[in-house]
Design a protein around this ligand. Structure first.
Ligand SMILES: Nc1ncnc2c1ncn2[C@@H]1O[C@H](COP(=O)(O)OP(=O)(O)O)[C@@H](O)[C@H]1O
Ligand SMILES: O=c1ccn([C@@H]2O[C@H](COP(=O)(O)OP(=O)(O)O)[C@@H](O)[C@H]2O)c(=O)[nH]1
Ligand SMILES: [Mg+2]
Length: 231
């Protein structure tokens, strides 16, 4: 079992990418989005990683639950891991809490360690990593620590007005679900997340999904992406 060793990186069969794109273009290169690219065939000996990207309230968590049900992935929400860390009273708790409240991004080292621990303690090999990476720095830290790139990247594309409406109605008691924080989160998304989206678009891994519609309608656009996978 690859999870039983101290570091997962040695057992990944995908080659480690060391040639990171330092440029981090901030242009929105829509033409290069690949929504019909083939996904690689997973094998049980190596992890199959999907990153799930999109602005706050775009429906990442909601769609992840559907993907888990249909395709048997393990859902790792970076935000949930950070909130769990706060709740556990860990040493990092107070700094994570103030970062989330301000809509900023927690240092990569903290988030990547939490994700790595979850992956290593899982029996599964199919992972949905939800809400991460949120910046080029996050992306590089993951690739360096885990030693692999994602196989698939989903991007839920949602208009800002719709995201704001959904977040303000989320009703989960989150400290960041208020109008001031959401404005900051949208600014940070624009500034830091687009370079990540563009990077994976250029790598031919991005699947852009229009996130407007009912939950089921959106899932019907997601389903064909994973259709080659069995549960
Ligand atoms: N397609 C949709 N239409 C309307 N509301 C939605 C849709 N998908 C999710 N929601 C709701 O919007 C809120 C944000 O969804 P969530 O999955 O938490 O988004 P994210 O993880 O991207 O922030 C939740 O209250 C959720 O129930
Ligand atoms: O990789 C991550 C994921 C989340 N966060 C922080 O946690 C908050 C909530 O993230 P989550 O993914 O839960 O929010 P969502 O996009 O689902 O609303 C973010 O605004 C960030 O402050 C972070 O710093 N790094
Ligand atoms: Mg979420």
């Amino acid at each position: 079992m690859w999870r039983r060793v101290a570091s997962v990186s040695h057992l990944f069969s995908h080659s480690k990418s060391t040639k990171f794109n330092q440029g981090g273009s901030t242009f929105k290169i829509w033409e290069t989005f690949t929504s019909e690219s083939e996904i690689p065939t997973p094998s049980k000996g190596s992890p199959f990683i999907t990153f799930v990207l999109g602005g706050p309230g775009s429906g990442k968590g909601t769609q992840c639950a559907k993907i888990v049900e249909a395709f048997g992935f393990t859902h790792i929400s970076a935000g949930d891991l950070l909130r769990r860390e706060i709740a556990s009273g860990s040493a990092y708790g107070s700094v994570i809490l103030s970062t989330i409240r301000e809509g900023k991004i927690v240092p990569s080292q903290v988030t990547v360690q939490l994700i790595q621990k979850e992956m290593e303690s899982s029996d599964n090999y199919k992972f949905l990593i939800d809400g991460f990476p949120r910046s080029e720095e996050n992306r590089k830290a993951f690739e360096q620590t885990i030693g692999t790139e994602p196989d698939v990247v989903l991007f839920f594309d949602c208009p800002e007005q719709e995201m704001v409406k959904r977040v303000l109605n989320r009703n989960q008691g989150r400290v960041d679900d208020n109008i001031d924080t959401i404005k900051k989160r949208l600014e940070i998304f624009d500034e830091l997340n687009w370079p990540v989206i563009n990077y994976y678009s250029q790598r031919g891994k991005l699947h852009k999904i229009n996130a407007v519609g009912t939950v089921d309608e959106i899932f019907e656009k997601v389903r064909p992406i994973f259709a080659p996978l069995s549960k």
